[in-house]
Design a protein around this ligand. Sequence first.
Ligand SMILES: NC(=O)c1ccc[n+]([C@@H]2O[C@H](COP(=O)([O-])OP(=O)(O)OC[C@H]3O[C@@H](n4cnc5c(N)ncnc54)[C@H](O)[C@@H]3O)[C@@H](O)[C@H]2O)c1
Length: 366
Amino acid sequence: MTDATPEGGQRRLRAGVIGLGWAGQQHVAAYAADPTVDLVALSAMEEHLLDRFGEEHDVPGRYQDWKQMIAEAELDVVSIATPTFLHRPMAVHALEAGLHVIAEKPMAETGEAAADMVSAARAAGRVLDVSFNHRRRGNVTALKSVVDSGVLGKLYYAKTGWVRRQGIPGLGTWFTKAASAGGGAMMDIGIHMLDMTLHLMGEPEVTAVSASTHAEFGPLGRGGSGFGVSQVEEGVPFEVEDLATAFLRLDGGGTMLLESSWAQWIPHDLCYVTLYGADGGAHIEWGGDAARPQITVWTEVAGMPAELQPAVGEDGHHAAAVADFLQKVRSGDTAAHDGSLALRRAQVIDACYASAEAGGEVAVAR
Ligand SMILES: NC(=O)c1ccc[n+]([C@@H]2O[C@H](COP(=O)([O-])OP(=O)(O)OC[C@H]3O[C@@H](n4cnc5c(N)ncnc54)[C@H](O)[C@@H]3O)[C@@H](O)[C@H]2O)c1
């Protein structure tokens, strides 16, 4: 299935990608640019996308039937970038066939589905990873270094959000159906900010949440962005939220406020994280005023209040997420990379929807 590089270096890996919307295209680009990988197979419903990306990257295997791809293409690794409700069946099948899997976020439509994926990875002894590409942004990795330096002291509070003015993806496609997407703005973009902020805070467990959801734009056919390559179906009801807000309790006594919206009457789209520590605070944002520094840190220097603006490195995005996945595969340490961290994110999102439904605080299931 694999062969060594001529220089005796890293084992070459045979990669495939299922799904060729925006997300799948990022995985295709990441594998195509990696000299240690052979991108050998693609699967999607759209023949024109199979042809386009197959020709662009000289990919021999092109399949409308993803199971046929897994049976025939002799893959080591596969990226799953299909509508969210397909992540579980595709990942479980691929893992059982002996492949290492990276799925797009959200990991699955429910925590239960995500747990099935983790169980399959453990049983197969294969890596299961989830693509949290936004935590690879230069400002996020730089802020992580700031946090890890200890300059902010103990972190006890965070505010974070991704809010859009008009950005409902695929109105009338799988994106806005409850069963196929699992949820709306919180599931789609809130999950990135949840992941990033917990990562920045050093992975505290979320113990309980109190959340609310609203749908003021989608049901009226307003706020759409036209994102996605999937077919729009006439008359599909808008079954998910276009705004979700949540208050999260963290073990150790910390708290987090998380907001996510696909559409809102606001001046412009914005992503932000503000961290509050005992010895300093820090803020990153993007999508707003471009002139703002990418990180601001407030602390004391020589007993005086100080505002610092650390230098920010390059963005990593999907290429970095895929490179990380490949490194996990090559490490051979499948037990350490079974998708558990992404499962915990899915359980928090589950709890947010349960809380919104119940109208009160709920504990996060484990
Ligand atoms: N990480 C990110 O920043 C990011 C951004 C966008 C989307 N996503 C995630 O990626 C996933 C896909 O989103 P998208 O926007 O690319 O969706 P999309 O609707 O634009 O594309 C979906 C793709 O999946 C393919 N597909 C559907 N059913 C299939 C089947 N049975 N066999 C083979 N292919 C099939 C379609 O043909 C299409 O190519 C979702 O889970 C979404 O949440 C992640």
